[in-house]
Write a protein that binds this ligand. Structure first.
Ligand code: FE
Ligand code: FE
Ligand code: FE
Length: 161
């Protein structure tokens, strides 16, 4: 029970950090498709923050956040990709996708585990809410793969060093 609540606080912190990071990633992106993907995921992520608040409520716990070292590291990594690549290049876009997918995978792992814990603890409503977010993160991951595979990777391969 305590571990479950602590882990909810961790992902709540992470989602709020992602809300702050996505506009920077959107600004750094060049491909229209990627800009739109970041834009849309920002809207979705804000909804996920609210959904987590519903999760806390559904189990009778106060909303709280606890520093997530993993997301701090992943966001730092994405920022360093921006620093290390040139503006307006597909190479930067590839880097942004790589960074964003690492974030999505962290979320997928977290929500998968949390959903399972909710089921085990008998929190049916919470489990359903966590499943909804898990599905959104998986969809985003697939969309990013699609953008990379269908366009950007080829364009980046043609760019000079
Ligand atoms: Fe999220
Ligand atoms: Fe964490
Ligand atoms: Fe996400």
């Amino acid at each position: 029970q305590e571990l479950f609540v602590d882990s909810l606080k961790d992902i709540y912190y992470a989602e709020k950090s992602i809300v702050k990071a996505l506009p920077k990633m959107q600004k750094a992106a060049t491909s229209e498709q990627l800009v739109t993907a970041f834009e849309q995921h920002l809207v979705v992520t804000k909804g996920q923050v609210e959904r987590l608040e519903q999760v806390f409520e559904s189990i009778g716990e106060k909303v709280g956040s606890k520093k997530c070292e993993a997301i701090e590291g992943l966001i730092k990594e994405a920022e360093s990709i921006i620093e290390d690549t040139d503006e307006g290049t597909s190479t930067r876009d590839v880097g942004l996708i790589l960074g964003a997918q690492k974030v999505e995978h962290y979320e997928i792992a977290s929500y998968g585990g949390l959903r399972q814990l909710a089921v085990t603890l008998g929190y049916t409503a919470a489990a359903e809410l966590l499943q909804q977010t898990l599905d959104e993160e998986k969809q985003t991951d697939l969309l990013l793969t699609d953008i990379a595979e269908n366009n950007i990777n080829y364009q980046a391969a043609g760019e000079e060093e």
